[in-house]
Ligand binder design. Structure first.
Ligand code: ATR
Length: 275
């Protein structure tokens, strides 16, 4: 039996175990995916040593350890270094060394492609939020040459990201001035996340640009207020479940060398969410 898993704090809510276990089962693989609660940053280093010593093939890393774990990696992919966060660790089975990778941004692009959305050089994107999630999506979107405007509550945070990646930024009260021609609007803030389901980052008084696809990275709930409001105005809107599934599928491939069925993984998540 081979072991993979996820560390986080908290971690019991994670959909990753059911998603990966469903794929292992369907593919007849004798692998297990376990959720491991690593309480506090001071236990992170020993937890990671344990993962290596116990012969895990790899793990996912979730909040709040994604940035902190960087310092304990023996190597990093260029992408993880650029994002400054790790969501997937691959354990070298010969040396026990840990390699940090990040599949969040590519998972997002994979989901867009799976939904039939192809970004082109001139496409404008509004990125709502300037935290860790926004950061990984900006790196991904820059790789397909999108033109990005970061819109965030705290202007300094937006400005910092804008300066680092050479993109534009604007405060929320100027949103109406930057919506023209936006092809994609991404919510990478935590606004609308369960249990604050009646909130949306998008101001009521601003209309969604007619051609824009609204992408909420939140999947709990599956239909946020942002998604409801956008659909009510006739826009197409997607939740973050596809991104979750595709980042997971990329991690799965890194550990096993095999490509899982993403529809099956999504179905396993939906079943768990409905519980
Ligand atoms: P993550 O790693 O999930 O991105 P984060 O780094 O804490 O989490 O970032 C959260 C993002 O949600 C930030 O952009 C934050 O805006 P600030 O930079 O102003 O803090 C945004 N956010 C959180 N709560 C918000 C709220 N009530 N209104 C608007 N934006 C909010």
């Amino acid at each position: 039996m081979q072991l993979v898993g996820i560390i986080g704090d908290p971690v019991s809510h994670s959909l990753s175990p059911v998603m990966h276990e469903a794929a292992f089962q369907a593919m007849g693989m004798d692998w297990r995916y376990v959720a491991m609660h690593v309480r506090g940053a001071d236990r992170l280093e020993s937890a990671l040593k344990g993962v290596s010593a116990l012969g895990f093939r790899g793990i996912n890393v979730t909040v709040p350890h994604k940035v902190e774990c960087l310092q304990y990696m023996d190597s990093l992919t260029a992408y993880a270094r650029q994002i400054g966060a790790v969501n997937t660790i691959i354990v070298n089975q010969f040396t026990g060394e840990l390699r940090g990778a990040n599949t969040d941004g590519d998972g997002f692009l994979d989901d867009l492609r799976a939904q039939g959305v192809v970004m082109t050089d001139s496409d404008r994107v509004l990125m709502l939020g300037a935290g860790g999630a926004a950061r990984s999506l900006i790196v991904a979107l820059l790789s397909v040459n999108a033109r990005i405007t970061v819109v965030n509550r705290t202007t300094e945070n937006a400005q910092k990201l804008a300066d680092e990646f050479g993109v534009d930024c604007a405060p929320f009260d100027q949103l109406a001035k930057v919506t023209d021609g936006a092809r994609l609007i991404v919510n990478a803030t935590s606004v609308g996340l369960y249990p604050r389901v009646d909130e949306s980052p998008w101001p009521d008084e601003v209309r969604f640009p007619p051609q824009a696809l609204i992408y909420d990275t939140i999947y709990r709930p599956l239909e946020t207020k942002l998604i409801r409001d956008a659909r009510a105005q006739g826009n197409i809107a997607l939740n973050g479940l596809g991104m979750l599934v595709h980042q997971g599928a990329r991690s799965f491939s890194m550990w096993t060398g095999k490509n899982p069925d993403t529809l099956l993984m999504e179905a396993a998540c939906l079943k768990q969410l409905a519980r």
